[in-house]
Design a protein around this ligand. Sequence first.
Ligand code: MRU
Length: 352
Amino acid sequence: MTSNLNSDIEPIAWVNGRIRLLDQTRLPHSVNWVEIDNWRDAADAIKTMIVRGAPAIGCTAALGLALAGRSAIAPGREAFLDKLQIAADGLCNARPTAVNLSWAVNRLMCLARTLPEVTEIKQLLIDEALRMLNEDIQINRTMGQYGAALLPDSCRVITHCNAGALATAGYGTALGVIRAAVESGKNVTVFADETRPRLQGMKLTAWELMESGIPVTVITDNMSAALMNTSVIDCVIVGADRIAANGDTANKIGTYGLAVIARHHNVPFYVAAPVSTFDFNLATGAAIPIEQRDPAEVTHLDDIALGPSNLTAWNPAFDVTPAELVTAIITERGVLKPPFSTSIANLQNENQ
Ligand code: MRU
């Protein structure tokens, strides 16, 4: 089917030797771009969530490292690599949970160490970071094809947070599966959890799907049980920030609760994520570092206090869904089924 879907949202671009980011803190009301020409600003954009979503922060960090390489002045190759390592660490520390960040930075650092000349390394960093940007879109399209096959011809899907074009270099992971299903002629209606406290579902997923002409209805995070109880929901599809070797999956806070509710209602719970989101070194999700963010994100809406002054709040940005609640993990290499310790070990072997 020819599609008029706008899947060309480009959250990250390399323009005239600078990183250009779509400022996701200002969507959907204003579409603004931020230009970045040094790695510290790239790390800052990741921290402040101008760019967010696991693959997107990986791609931004890779481009940030390329900027660090371009501007570094050092007396020789070793001193240059030391400077690069400082930038690599700074970028990796920007947000701790999504493993795509360190995966991207390490991929570049490993390649940099294979070359003898600083000028060659500088060029390679830029070429490789741009390759990763293009690769990510292709990966998402492939993942979309695998995932779309799991959806009925007509279906109603719940998603959480934003795992769309905005969270990647383009097309999206969980929303990529939905895009691919719609492009193949399936009739998909999406229910987007608003995703407190930062409202990625309300502000980003709803905007992105509406831009693409895909029917979307927003629900608050406490409505999914009632929705599954009172009407037909065919599946839940979410993205991931880090998947341990046993299939335990870190994703936006609230994902775990949604998975429990889906299991209670016999609704399949799918995770869509590229191979770069797997942390084969972590046996279980218990060791996944969970980012704690400013309590003001919970107690305030923009600058307006929602509760009494000096109210404290707990604000973990992610939670871990136990593997036993996951029906399948959709990757660009195919769909992984339980037992995940076996299917993920096979994936790791293929990946070596
Ligand atoms: O805090 P965020 O907005 O970066 O969290 C994003 C998510 O949890 C996404 O679901 C995840 O990164 C997958 S994005 C393809």
